[in-house]
Structure formats: C-alpha cells, structure tokens
Write a protein that binds this ligand. Structure first.
Ligand SMILES: *Cc1c(COP(=O)(O)O)cnc(C)c1O
Length: 433
C-alpha cells in the first residue's frame, strides 16, 4: 500500500498542530509509524487520501454504530443546516432528543446536553459534589472519563498508550480530591470508603471498561458499587459515553440491571457530531442551573445540527432494536474466530467482547479482568499486528488498549474478509517470533 499523501499530510499537520493531531490517540504513538489521513467514510469502509480502502473497526471511536454516513443522519444534517447553524436559544428539537433519551435510558428523568464526553463527566462530578456537599470522587485505574483535571489520574487508553499515568498541568488540589480504586476489585473500593466514606461525593465508573481495552465487570462488581454508594450516601455515576446505546438501547445499566444516580452519554447520541449529555433523576438534575445552585453552561450546547443528527440516530436504533442481537452475534463470531486463529498461529491471546465492543489482547493470562492484566499485554506484537492489518486494508484502533467497534454496516463478507486477512497476518507475525 502507498501512504505517500498521508505521510506528506502528517508533515504539514505537525508544523501547525501539536503532533499533527487534534486528539492524541490519533497519532499512532501506541503502534509507531505515521497516522493515515482519511477522505471519506461510507458504511463499514474508509478511504484514505491515497485512495486506499479499509474495513473500519474504529467507527470514529464509538459513535458510528450504524456505519459511516448513515443516510438518515446525513439527511437530518442537510435538512437542518439550511435553517441556520446555531441560535443560542432553545429549540423544540432539544426537547425531542431529551425525551427520546429519557424514554430509552431507565435511570434518566431529565438530561442536560453538552458538547463532549469530557464536559459531561466534568459536569456530572460537579453536580455530584453540589448535590452531596462532599468533595471526593472515586475513579478506577485505567478508566477514562475525558480530560477534565480531576479525572486525569490513572486514566487509561491515551495515557496508558503513552505510559504517562498523569498529565502535567493538573494541580495537586484537583488530583487530591480524586481517589483511585481498582476495577473489578470491590475490596479496593471498600477500603477507600472505610477511610473517606462520609466525604465521598460519587463513584464514577465505566460500567464496562472500554478505555484499557474492553474489560467486563465481574458479576458482583457493579451491584457492589450500587450498594456501597447507597450505604454511605454517595452517588453512583455510570460513564456510559462509550456504552450508552452501544450495549443495548438502555446502555450497560439496562443490560446489568443497575440504576445509577447520574449517567453520562456521548458518542452515539450525536451520530458522529459533537454532542454529549448528563442526566439522572429529576431530583438530582434540578440542582443544575438555572433550577439549582450547580452552574454549567455552553454557547453551542444543544446545537441544532448535532441534535438533529442525534435524533435521527436514536430513532433509527429505537425502530429496530434487533440490531443489538445481530451485532452481538457478529462480534462473538469475530472474537471467537480471532482467538482460534491466534491459537493456531501459536500466539497467546484473550479476546474480550460484549455487544459490539471487543479487544484482542495479546496476553499470556487466561483472562483479562483487571487493569494489571491488561497492561501485561504485548504492545510490541500488537503494533506489528496493527500495521500488517493496515497494509491488508483493515483499520483497527491504533492501540492495544482500545475497543474495536463493530457496526451494523459490517457485512458477513467484511467479517470473513477480516478473518482471512488476520489469519495470514497472525501466521506471519507468529512465525517471525
Ligand atoms: C470517549 C469517552 C469520554 C470522553 O468523551 P470526549 O467526547 O472524547 O470528551 C469519556 N468517557 C468515556 C467512557 C469515553 O469512552
């Protein structure tokens, strides 16, 4: 494959944009080499600026559960944009999107729209602190909740890939009110509550971890978080920016039957446009300004074009809930086949998957159930797998610690073609060791 134009575009970009990218995970630091610049997305396919075509498993990092350029979303954007791009005043569409979300996510009675997942989690933390009058937030090592100061502690994916657990520029005051527990380790949560219990505003968690690679919650883990937060009067925040409308129409909370106090959403709810949200019961949400004392605002929040795209997306999902079963089936088949291929190539791996999320960990353990299990994966081998797959026309997330996303646009042929190419690649890199 020829990447001449992407390489040139990278040089140009690095001259005026830090690292040539507007979000660090795009820079291929986790796998080495130069990022590919894209021109077009259609269904399951991406085309780069050299004219190479790929089957895409990044899906814009989560939003595109119905594939690229989903016709109803494109149409909604086109129809809306000619009426003006922003008003800075309420529109009826915002209520429509809010009503759809409230009707689909069990714990949400009221919702506030924001512009990114980062804003949603920052606002959710402020709300939890304002509501409880307490300061501490408990998070889990390897879980990512956006780049807000208080969450850039042991923060997963981007940070994991770079081997920097923290960020420069985060004050000790911000870091000092974040307590870090271990995912799937209820004892670690219990210890923190024993010491700080009456000062903890909230526990925030990715109900299924997606930002250290996909890690499923053990059966008792989420129920334990619900129980201990209730016992101590703290709130439980499910960060469903990735899992919301991805694992089921009601997100992970519906799938696992747990009712969080606050939920953060993003990615899918904008259909690929910048929109996110936080919501909860009417009692909690009434603490948000202008109803209550917790201030949070946004010039472009509830942007008409993004909202129209979100409505089209969620209506499409709501009208055909069978898509979730189909996605699960496709993904289990892909995961099981990849594990089998690794085994026959003599490569040790664990392929975690749930719904349409999946990570192939090159890992010696029998299972990957914790942050420590995940970081034991062979990043170097993943880098070689990634590049060989890229050369074969398969675009995977450029890090060992990310979720692959399968969309309804991935056809049977796409999956079989991916498996055939992967088989060759695994043989090659397995044999080379
Ligand atoms: C992507 C993500 C975020 C951050 O969302 P942005 O829109 O990138 O700011 C927060 N939490 C989780 C779980 C995510 O996957």
């Amino acid at each position: 494959m020829n990447f001449t134009n992407s390489i040139e575009a990278g040089k140009r970009a690095r001259n005026v944009i830090p690292g040539g990218v507007n979000s660090p995970v795009r820079a291929f630091k986790g796998v080495g080499g130069d990022p590919v610049f894209f021109a077009k997305g259609q269904g399951s396919r991406l085309t780069d600026i050299d004219g190479n075509s790929y089957i895409d498993y990044v899906g814009a990092w989560g939003p595109l559960i119905l594939g690229h350029a989903f016709p109803l979303v494109v149409e909604a954007v086109q129809k809306t944009v000619t009426d003006g791009t922003a008003f800075g005043a309420p529109t009826e569409r915002e209520s429509e999107l809010a009503e759809i979300i409230c009707s689909m996510v069990p714990s949400i009675g009221m919702i506030r729209l924001v512009n990114s997942g980062t804003e949603a989690t920052m606002s959710a933390a402020r709300l939890a602190r304002g509501f409880t009058g307490r300061e501490f937030i408990v998070k889990f090592e390897g879980c990512y909740h956006g780049h807000g100061d208080s969450f850039l502690i042991a923060a997963g994916s981007g940070a994991l890939t770079f081997g920097i657990p923290d960020s420069a520029g985060v004050t000790s005051a911000a870091a000092g009110t974040t307590l870090v527990a271990q995912y799937n380790d209820s004892e670690s949560v219990k210890r923190i509550f024993h010491e700080y219990g009456d000062r903890i505003a909230a526990v925030i968690v990715e109900p299924v971890a997606g930002n250290m690679g996909v890690i499923l919650p053990e059966m008792t883990f989420l129920p334990y978080l619900r129980e201990i937060t209730k016992k101590y009067g703290a709130l439980l925040i499910f960060d469903e920016v990735m899992t919301g409308f991805r694992l089921s129409a009601g997100g992970a909370q519906e799938l696992f039957g747990i009712t969080p106090d606050i939920t953060t959403l993003g990615k899918i709810i904008g259909g690929g446009l910048p929109i996110a949200a936080y919501g909860g019961s009417k009692e909690i949400m009434s603490y948000v300004a202008p109803c209550g004392p917790v201030y949070q605002a946004g010039t472009l929040s509830g942007n008409p074009i993004a909202v129209a795209a979100g409505i089209a997306m969620l209506k499409a999902l709501k009208s055909d809930l069978s898509i979730y079963k189909k996605l699960e089936k496709t993904t289990s088949h892909l995961a099981a086949s990849l594990e089998k291929e690794c085994r026959s190539a003599g490569i040790l791996c664990v392929c975690n998957h749930i719904g349409s999320m999946m990570t192939l960990f090159f890992n010696r353990n029998k299972s990957v159930m914790s942050y420590n299990d995940a970081i034991g994966s062979d990043k170097e081998l993943f880098g070689r797998y990634f590049h060989a797959m890229l050369e074969s026309g398969i675009y995977l997330p450029p890090s060992q610690f990310e979720s692959w996303f399968i969309s309804s646009a991935h056809s049977h042929d796409d999956i079989e073609s991916t498996l055939a190419k992967s088989k060759d690649v695994l043989r090659k890199i397995g044999g080379a060791r």
